[in-house]
Design a protein around this ligand. Sequence first.
Ligand code: BG6
Length: 509
Amino acid sequence: MALHGIIGESRVDNPVTIVIFGATGDLTHRKLIPALFIAYAQGLLPSAFTIVGFARRDYDDETFRGMMGDSIKEFSRLPADEEAVARFVQHIRYHQGDISSFDAYADLKAKFDDTETYPENRLYYLSIIPSLFETAVEYLKTSGLVNNPGAEHWSRVVIEKPFGRDLASATALNAALLKYLDESQIYRIDHYLGKETVQNILSFRFANAIFEPVFNRSYVDHIQITAAETVGMEKGRGGYYDEYGALRDMVTNHLLQLLCLVTMEAPGDLSAESIRNEKVKVLNATSLDIREEISDAVCRGQYSGGTDKNGKPVKGYLQEERIDPSSKTETFAALRLSINNWRWADVPILLRTGKRMAKKTTEIAVQFKVPPLQLFQQVECEGDVCDITHIKPNTLIFQIQPNEGIFLQVGTKRPGMRFVVENVKMDFSYSGTWNKSLPEAYERLLLDALHGDSTLFTRSDEVEAEWRVIQPILDNLEKLKPYSYPPNAWGMPESNWLFHGVKGAWRNR
Ligand code: BG6
């Protein structure tokens, strides 16, 4: 049984070769190499390890090492000591080759005969375009680079999303991967699961006795999950994004994973299989909350041009680089879901995500019902202006990023002669409690993959269950034309409609 969280901080003992496919890409340089460096600097990598960057460009080992050293200095979360960086990059090598050609794999296999330099436990990280996943896995297997499960030396393959673009393609991709690999060898990354605050959702729910009894339809009014970003199509992302959009890029993976963690039943133990079984169960019970029309449950948007929060002009989505000027791809998506089980029946679950929004924030807010008897009035102040209103419900907020923490809004008596109640925040913030910077998602996930702990990776049936929730939207895109919204806003007013019949509104803060 994997006791996740303890294993993640222990040293990987066995020598290993880590091969990064697509090694000249942005992910390698911003996330993967800095994350591996931090693991190394903390003494968590084995004494014998080699990192191989595999890509088409014509570099030699030295040039590639220099580039990776620069990436570490620029992106490492912790200060990168020159000497440590110099020692670390000596473990890096470059393999030039075309990922779509079998010969490049045969050449790599020949290099791997030198098992001193290239230890035989192997982690292959596919940071490549999705259309090459199947080819890469096929050639890895047919060239003999992958051992069977149970062999003396393990072989594991990490795959970056997107896992398909709809239910049919995700199912086909899973089937293709499983032709060459065993499920236990496939590590599908959803980097949200590597975030410290996301992992804390399970600990918070199941290590405390006082919240779980009220986490159900008797006490919860609704749940809303927001992942808002201020960025648009920076760094030439347009080409990828226009093909996928917010639903496929964020909702089908990150947002549904957050939903799973906050609504799933307690697993029997902490093994990867038990946790993932519970996630699949709750996903299978989840569907769009359609009353009459699909638009009752889904709202899509696309940002227009305008100014950002600093007053700087920003382009509209259709004017961005590598975007089809007549594109109907959504940059904002809001959904209303229902979970058809005993715990959550009739509790609206609202999800939204968007680019170029007013603020970068990711949070889950669980809003409780108001007390049955309204004994008090509530005072609400904004600056000097105060209003007397009805009592506000308690809300439990998992603030995933930034200002990571967990907050509970409760009503308390305001000091003074009158009996009025004011909302205050009981809070736990990471920065106020632990004086250390939080590990990056990729640090945790890479170490977990090296340890063979798949708890924080998505299983094939989980991926298919996620697409099953979203598929009705993909089948009805014609009826769901995107509305336009200005930059630096919280989407558009049409998304408020999803709250019909709910005592609440989007938390735009
Ligand atoms: C990625 C998406 O998976 O997550 C991006 O492809 C998005 O479009 C990013 O910007 C958001 O991640 P984070 O960790 O910044 O919330």
